[in-house]
Write a protein that binds this ligand. Structure first.
Ligand SMILES: Cc1ncc(COP(=O)(O)O)c(C=O)c1O
Length: 385
């Protein structure tokens, strides 16, 4: 795969790291926290801010960038751009959906994961105040197994919410199986895609999902963040009310500043929030790298490197949480086994390795700008420590 970018021609995806300056000074295994900046991203920010300083801010350019970004993220989700809304964050998307639920009746309940990231947990917990029973499913292998979910779902279940990939363990959910259980009783399927969209193919799963939300700062590579993306299936968006509607939710936003009519968009953009124009400029540029290499090549490189990392860890006797192949992702979690997380992370940082510790694991996250060298670096460090 060859491509040409701001920095010049890149002949091979294995050299993608040359587009990301920070990779020259560290083995960066922390995309599950925040992604790295490409040269495209920083150049676009510099240009926009310079123009802002010289001529005033071009907000129409910011709006246009957001539309390009919406198209790019929709493609990564395997969705049509008309099904994707621009939102503030994953928690805002979950809150929007939770707000659609009226007072509970007849034992109505929602089913969530016990150790889900809070943005996909607290909005549902708050439904208890409306009378919903909030059923928390314990994790197994660091994630949610379809049969455990099935034990908590009954005919009064209104929603099943979970992560496509668990942030602390990298456990990839069996979306189709969980969704089948939920849909069999008419429950809504909400998926947090923060650790999945941009890292792995999603297109085969999208038909099983009602709502899929992701933020922009991890595998979509704008760590400055500012926009989230929310897929809403056509059925769901016709059923739900765009509670945050403003000018941006109009059929033609720039013609929707003042009523007196309310002509809302017929697409998912009627759920749009007003965006950060700066974030939109960043997202457009960050996402252009997917087009440069091709998303499939990126996903393949991600899984190849993650597999290599897993086997290298096994070789040094520091095996990652053992997951069936279907549950593996680009996050590889190594049990801390009693190590003090802050101390271990500081020691690794001194050796030029950047990663995180989450929920009892050292969390190593791969994105295509990683390289075999990074894997050699982390495994030799862990073998010595
Ligand atoms: C699994 C998961 N969901 C969501 C988020 C972010 O949520 P929000 O967009 O609400 O800040 C993160 C990390 O920032 C995450 O790891």
């Amino acid at each position: 795969m060859s491509t040409t970018t701001e920095s010049g021609r890149i002949d091979d995806i294995r050299d993608a790291r040359t587009l990301f300056p920070a990779t020259s000074s560290s083995a960066y295994l922390n995309t599950a926290a925040v992604g790295l900046a490409s040269r495209e991203l920083t150049a676009a920010y510099h240009r926009y801010v310079d123009e802002w300083s010289e001529n005033g801010l071009d907000y129409a350019r910011g709006e246009a960038a957001a539309e390009t970004a919406r198209t790019s993220v929709a493609a990564l989700m395997g969705a049509d751009r008309s099904d994707v809304a621009l939102i503030a964050s994953v928690s805002a998307a979950a809150g929007l959906i939770a707000a659609q639920f009226g007072p509970a009746s007849n034992g109505q309940n929602v089913v969530i994961g016990e150790r889900e990231y809070s943005s996909n947990h607290f909005p549902w917990r708050l439904l208890a105040a409306k009378g919903y029973e909030v059923r928390q499913v314990p994790f197994r292998n660091g994630g949610l197994e379809p049969e455990d979910i099935a034990r908590h779902v009954d005919r009064a279940t209104q929603l099943v919410a979970f992560s496509g990939v668990q942030t602390a363990s990298g456990h990839r959910s069996d979306i189709a199986a969980i969704a089948d259980t939920a849909h069999a009783v008419g429950a809504l399927v909400f998926v947090d895609g923060s650790q999945m969209v941009g890292a792995l193919p999603v297109a085969a799963d999208i038909e099983h999902i009602d709502v899929l939300a992701t933020s922009d700062h991890k595998f979509l590579m704008n760590a400055g963040r500012g926009i989230g993306y929310c897929y809403l299936s056509p059925e769901v968006r016709d059923r739900f009310s765009p509670l945050n509607a403003g000018w941006k939710a109009g059929r033609v936003p720039f013609e929707s500043f003042f009523g007196p009519t309310m002509d809302l968009s017929s697409t998912a953009s009627r759920f749009d929030n007003s965006i950060s124009w700066l974030a939109a400029i960043g997202d457009e540029a960050a996402l252009s790298v997917f087009d440069a290499f091709g998303a499939d090549a990126i996903f393949q490189r991600n899984m190849d490197l993650a597999d290599l990392l897993r086997s290298a860890l096994t070789e040094i006797g520091r095996g990652a949480i053992d997951l069936p192949v279907a549950n593996r992702s680009t996050i590889v979690a190594v049990p801390l086994a009693g190590a003090e997380p802050a101390e271990l992370l500081a020691t690794l940082k001194q050796r030029g390795i950047i990663c995180s510790a989450r929920d009892g694991n050292l969390r190593l996250a791969i994105h295509f700008y990683n390289h075999e060298d990074d894997i050699a670096q982390i495994t030799s460090a862990l073998a010595e420590l």
